[in-house]
Design a protein around this ligand. Structure first.
Ligand code: PHE
Length: 500
């Protein structure tokens, strides 16, 4: 036989006094234990097969405030009919009300029920008794509830149960469903109780007093369940996406990069033209790019840069290229847009930092007018980086990227030919995701073309790459919908670890 805890012993003793069965409340009364303590003891006695828990769903019926009032004074129709009787079996409504001293708000109710119960008729404000008004079940129930307190619906006669629904529709009773629990000793339980139970005091904390007095020898120390889960706590924490951004920035910093930022509202010049994207490039169309309505235009950089960019677009200028062979418009370049990528940030930075080495990055928002779906949102984060130095090559770029993504936990990266108007060669990096058993796009990359570098008078090769952040976040958090990241679903945020 497993050892019994103090509360289990007390519960068993209470059950013995109750002849083997009793409600939780009765056991509480005899044992002096709290409700939760009896319930806990009941459950462990059940596992030890010493007691059974019987559950019964019961409906308790009690008088409402108005019900109490009528129970004491009589139902309004009863009060009115009594008044009429006393007035000789016939009276005007006014007289009857006066005689009954019926409150005004009960008059309509009283008249309605007089008619429904067939006790009286009303004609031209005169009430006439039509039948001897017998005590109804509703009145019997009212008195019962008033005298004996709340009653169990299931124990009532058919008639009284019907009366309950009448009184309920009149708002005179309130109904509450309860689960009544009763504990019953099993055969083994009885045998144990008959052997006699001696209650041994149990302590859950060893106090100095117990030690000093030597009382600790006699008490029983309660066992602790050290494998029980602690309560869940939800402290404040950094949003998972922000944690991820922090992680990306750290990876860059560890590799010796410096963070830069640039304007969100940018001229088409820095967002497109300086990157050798022709003015009729499809990405510039309203469909993709958010153009500003007010103000519509921004300023262009120094004349010589603008001119060099213009010529490069038109005929290749001194870059050795033929350009795009169209007539470049400065009006188009002046238009303000929400930057469609953060390459605008790095190219702007380069125009002011022409001396090598340059190793900078940005993790920031970009905007595209895309239809929202599970992998597109109009406002998103881009990871962007450049390296400018003497003699850097595509190999350095691929190596840097491998290193960077491996810091983020992505080990298998592959490179494919790609295309961007501003890089040559252009490369697309993909990563293998074992969990999904598939490849995902990581970023675009390449070496800035002479058509980009010459107009800015940059003399050294520039390695550049840029890619989305949310895609990585989805992978990391194991979710399949980008919108989740911005929904602020408290349940999800709470379940995420404190630190990634
Ligand atoms: N700007 C490109 C994009 O938004 C990525 C890129 C950056 C490609 C730098 C090449 C060089 O997808």
């Amino acid at each position: 036989m497993a050892e019994l805890r103090e509360n289990e012993q007390k519960t068993l003793l209470a059950l013995e006094k109750l002849d083997g069965r009793g409600s939780i409340e009765e056991i509480m009364g005899i044992s002096g234990l709290a409700h939760a303590a009896v319930m806990r003891a009941a459950l462990s006695l059940k596992t030890k097969k010493l007691a059974k828990i019987n559950e019964e769903k019961r409906t308790s019926v009690a008088l409402s405030e108005e019900g109490k009032h009528h129970a004491r004074k009589g139902l309004p129709e009863r009060r009115l009919i009594q008044a009429i009787t006393r007035l000789g079996g016939e009276a005007t409504v006014k007289k009857a009300v006066e005689k009954a001293s019926l409150e005004e708000n009960f008059l309509t109710i009283a008249l309605g029920w007089l008619r429904r119960k067939g006790w009286a008729t009303v004609k031209k404000h005169v009430l006439t008794i039509s039948e001897k008004p017998k005590i109804g079940d509703d009145e019997t129930l009212l008195t019962l509830l008033d005298e004996k307190g709340p009653q169990v619906l299931e124990d009532m006669s058919k008639e009284l149960q019907k009366a309950v629904s009448t009184l309920k529709s009149r708002g005179l009773v309130e109904i509450e469903k309860k689960t009544l629990r009763e504990l019953e000793l099993t055969k083994t339980g009885w045998e144990l109780v008959k052997q006699g139970i001696e209650i041994v005091e149990e302590v859950s904390q060893l106090t100095p007093e117990l030690v000093v007095t030597g009382k600790w020898r006699k008490v029983k120390l309660r066992r602790f369940n050290v494998t029980a889960r602690g309560p869940a706590v939800y402290p404040g924490k950094v949003h998972p996406l922000q944690q991820m951004i922090q992680g990306v920035k750290e990876a860059f910093l560890e590799m010796g990069f410096t963070e830069i930022r640039g304007p969100i509202v940018e001229t088409a010049f820095w967002n497109f033209d300086a990157l050798f994207q022709p003015q009729d490039h499809p990405a510039r169309e309203m469909m993709d790019t958010f153009y500003l309505a007010r103000p519509k235009e921004g300023g262009l950089p120094k004349e010589d840069i603008v001119e060099a960019v213009a010529k490069t677009h038109e005929n290749g200028w001194i870059t050795g290229s033929r350009g795009w062979e169209y007539s470049w418009s400065s009006d188009e370049a002046r238009k303000l847009v929400l930057r469609t990528h953060t390459t605008s940030v790095t190219i702007r930075y380069l125009s002011d930092h022409k001396e090598p080495p340059v190793k900078v990055f940005s993790v920031d928002r970009a905007y595209r007018n895309e239809r929202v779906d599970y992998k597109h949102i109009p406002e998103f984060y881009q990871i962007e980086g450049i390296v400018m130095d003497k003699d850097v090559t595509l190999r350095d770029l691929m190596g840097t990227l491998k290193e960077f993504y491996s810091k983020l936990g992505i080990r298998k990266v592959e490179f494919w030919p790609g295309y961007f108007p501003y890089t040559e060669p252009s490369v697309q990096a993909t990563a293998y995701v074992p969990k999904l058993k598939s490849w995902i796009e990581l970023c675009g990359m390449g070496i800035f073309r002479p058509e980009v570098l010459e107009p800015l008078n940059i003399k050294y090769p520039v390695l550049a790459w840029g890619g989305g952040l949310e895609r990585l976040a989805l992978l990391k958090f194991g979710i399949d919908n980008i919108r989740f990241l911005y929904k602020n679903d408290l349940g999800w945020i709470r379940r995420m670890p404190l630190c990634q």
